[in-house]
Design a binder for this molecule. Structure first.
Ligand SMILES: [Zn+2]
Length: 148
């Protein structure tokens, strides 16, 4: 499998783990609740213990109350006691990259390093690897609030 920016994927994130992330995100995407936009998204997180947590977008008739797939996956991860995103995969339909929205980039920033791989996929394959260095440059994060 080859995709854009594959050099941003560390060696420990092997092909089997990438596949497992895609599979988990696809399973979540099937359950996406998007009756308004019909824009189905799934996300999967690999945590510091090697466990995978997934989420889907959940829309709401009061539109701003809807939540993104990444937010759901982060909530699932936190609810299991995990506190580190080692890698994250987002899957959407089509060939256009479905990247995390601005709000989700900040949510990911809370738990991920600047170089943690963020994989962008469609149902057939991974399309690209990105990270927060690219998606959220010069960001504000938990380290700013640490008392020295
Ligand atoms: Zn989002």
């Amino acid at each position: 499998m080859s995709f854009q920016n594959q050099n941003l994927v560390p060696s420990w994130l092997d092909a089997d783990t990438q596949e497992a992330l895609l599979k988990a995100a696809l399973e979540a995407q099937k359950n996406a609740y998007a009756p308004y936009s019909k824009f189905l998204v799934g996300a999967a997180i690999l945590d510091e213990n090697g466990n995978i947590h997934s989420g889907c977008n959940v829309e709401n008739a009061a539109y701003p109350e809807g939540t993104c797939a990444e937010a759901g996956a982060i909530a699932a991860m936190a609810s299991q006691g995990s506190r580190s995103i080692r890698a994250l995969l987002v899957v959407g339909n089509g060939n256009q990259w479905v990247t995390p929205c601005g709000g989700c980039r900040q949510k990911i920033r809370e738990f991920a390093t600047a170089t943690a791989p963020i994989l962008i996929a469609n149902p057939e394959k991974i399309l690209a690897a990105l990270n927060l260095d690219i998606l959220l440059a010069h960001s504000f994060g938990p380290d700013h609030l640490t008392i020295i």
